[in-house]
Design a binder for this molecule. Structure first.
Ligand code: DGL
Length: 268
């Protein structure tokens, strides 16, 4: 089967916005020659405040259209909200391998010394039964405190547009976790939204010393490399950043996108 794959067939990474770039950065280290389409559903962002039905419908519909247009060899849903809600559904409808992004509760449970883990995600992610299952499976003997931090999604977007973000924005999520019973003992924080990995430095300042952060980007990149092992990669055209809404990207996000090797901007 492997030899049938066109070497220029891309890996498609999908998120509501720039969050999945945290996954792309790790993927580049492992597969520098892989052609990439980075898709951001800027028309639908934020996902975290939407209902399960809204997110599932958008993600399945958009990925179907993108798969038809770009014929990816693999799709990565580089978004915790979309993955915890719609991974199963998307796997039903697309015929390519799909890699999802789910909160890194398992590694966090292995890392914590205090036994208290904080989890920062979107409102939609923290209420998913998928997260309950991960907690039950890997952190049953730990305390997992969950906190929605929707403001960090836009903070990461603003950071990549080169705009200044006020430190209190980063402090809100930290304070929300610390204020919960047992929160003062948190020593490990799961960044359960791909956007949050882009502002890890700012979050580290907000939490103060003694807190380690964990997210799935490296593991996801390894999974993609594993699933495409033995395949040839040949980039025939510049890698594409694909948006679902035609808005000014050129003067704002384009420099950051170019920093991730996405030289070409397209709209769905
Ligand atoms: N980056 C997404 C995640 O990993 C969600 C951001 C949003 O709310 O759109 O959950």
């Amino acid at each position: 089967m492997q030899q049938d794959i066109d070497p220029s067939a891309p890996i498609l990474l999908f998120d509501s916005g720039v969050g999945g770039l945290s996954v792309l950065a790790e993927l580049r280290k492992l597969l520098p020659d892989a052609p990439v389409i980075y898709a951001a559903d800027n028309a639908g962002r934020p996902y975290g405040t939407k209902t399960e039905a809204q997110v599932a419908a958008r993600v399945a519909g958009l990925l179907g259209r993108m798969a038809e247009r770009y014929h990816p060899r693999l799709v990565c849903i580089a978004c915790n909200t979309a993955s915890t809600i719609a991974l199963g559904m998307v796997r039903e409808v697309l015929e390519v391998p799909i890699v999802g992004t789910v909160p890194a509760i398992k590694p966090a449970a292995a890392m914590t010394k205090s036994g208290v883990i904080g989890l920062l995600g979107t409102e939609a992610t923290i209420r998913q039964t998928y997260v309950d299952r991960l907690e039950h499976e890997f952190a049953r003997d730990k305390k997992l405190l969950r906190q929605a931090a929707p403001e960090l999604v836009e903070a990461a977007e603003a950071k990549l547009r080169g705009e200044a973000v006020d430190p209190p924005v980063y402090e809100a999520g930290a304070q929300g976790l610390r204020a919960q019973p047992g929160g003062e003992n948190i020593d490990t924080v799961v960044l359960a939204c791909t956007h949050f990995a882009l502002v890890e430095e700012e979050l580290a300042k907000a939490f103060g010393p003694g807190v380690a952060f964990v997210h799935g980007a490296k593991g996801i990149a390894r999974r993609i490399a594993h699933l495409t092992e033995g395949q040839d990669f040949a980039r025939k055209a510049p890698d594409v950043a694909l948006f679902t809404k035609n808005e000014a990207i050129a003067g704002t996000l384009a420099p950051a996108l170019a920093g991730y090797g996405l030289e070409q901007i397209e709209f769905l």
